[in-house]
Design a protein around this ligand. Structure first.
Ligand code: GLU
Length: 308
């Protein structure tokens, strides 16, 4: 079990991270997030950590973690320190969950996804006053939701500027512990970012609307939240992000110099002609000296149909 004290990096000026879910090999959409977060951290003279987000065990694809690491190395994206696996951190998530539960911030919920979809897709708080746990003593498995009325509807993104989130979405009571006994992404990501001393979360724009709830969790834990910034999302068609579900192709199908050059171009840096075919690590070194986050196009999505 990795402990809080071994994860803290109090002396680093800046700490960024890349946190892929190992549901398949790295695809171009994830590479964009990796390159953007790497450049952002390293330009702030910081560390860049790698965390394997394997908390959702049914979605884990065996061997995807090593394949992701191999692809990162091929692109010259070398992380600092040990790789953290969420699957080894459940005792810590349980500790935080218990604390929230004792504070009366959580409630048990028996609603199914089908019922929530029928109610419009956002959870309407059906179980919030039912005190289901003490009534049933958890005879039937419950999910556990956080009371989210205190979540803000806005935040300032370090790349995109001020952001507004629809109040109904920002303040939806959301799941921290799933009915199948697994802790949720929301809980794990914040506990890990806190314990790893992360100061900069740079990731894809698909997670933008989740940011206020993650900031709120930091506040509940009495900790200063990191800076959040969101990068354009690679899509195969408007609204369809590259993902394993959308059959995104593994990056091993292209030379690393090609995929790195494409990622940098999307992030606003066109390499000089003589570097287009150079090793990816060399391209990255050039980008470290020449890339400017202000050059990232403001678009939330970028069409990259060839990688789909
Ligand atoms: N594990 C998440 C993903 O692969 C990223 C989480 C994050 O960056 O906050 O989409």
């Amino acid at each position: 079990m990795t402990t809080l004290s071994t994860l803290s990096t109090p002396t680093a000026v800046a700490v960024g991270r890349f946190a892929p879910s190992p549901s398949g090999p790295l695809h171009f959409g994830s590479l964009l997030a990796a390159v953007g977060s790497y450049l952002y951290s390293k330009q702030h003279a910081g560390k860049w950590l790698l965390r394997i987000e394997d908390i959702d065990t049914p979605r884990v694809s065996p061997g995807a973690d090593s394949s992701i690491m191999h692809t990162l190395e091929q692109h010259g994206l070398l992380w600092d320190g040990e790789v953290i696996y969420q699957s080894q951190r459940t005792a810590r998530y349980q500790e935080v969950f218990n604390r929230f539960q004792q504070q009366g911030l959580l409630y048990g919920c028996q609603c199914s996804r089908k019922q929530i979809n029928a109610a419009g897709g956002l959870y309407p708080g059906t179980c919030s006053t039912l005190n289901l746990y003490s009534k049933t003593r958890a005879a039937a498995p419950l999910s556990w939701r956080l009371r989210a009325a205190g979540v803000a509807c806005h935040f300032t993104d370090c790349l995109l500027g001020p952001q507004q989130i629809a109040p109904a979405l920002a303040r939806e009571d959301y799941i921290l512990l799933r009915r199948d006994g697994l802790f949720s992404y929301q809980l794990a990501v914040v506990v890990d970012d806190l314990d790893q001393g992360v100061t900069e979360v740079i990731r894809g724009a698909d997670l933008l609307s989740m940011t206020p709830r993650q900031q709120h969790l930091f506040q509940l834990l009495g900790a200063a939240e990191p800076v959040y910034g969101h990068l354009p999302l690679a899509v195969t068609a408007p609204g369809f992000k590259l993902s394993k579900q959308n059959h995104a192709t593994a990056l091993s199908n292209w030379p690393a110099c090609y995929t790195m050059a494409r990622a940098l171009a999307i992030l606003g840096l066109v390499l000089p002609a003589e570097l287009q075919q150079a090793p990816a690590a060399e391209q990255l070194t050039y980008a470290l000296a020449n890339w400017c986050p202000a050059d990232i196009p403001a678009a939330r999505e970028v069409l990259t149909s060839d990688f789909g």
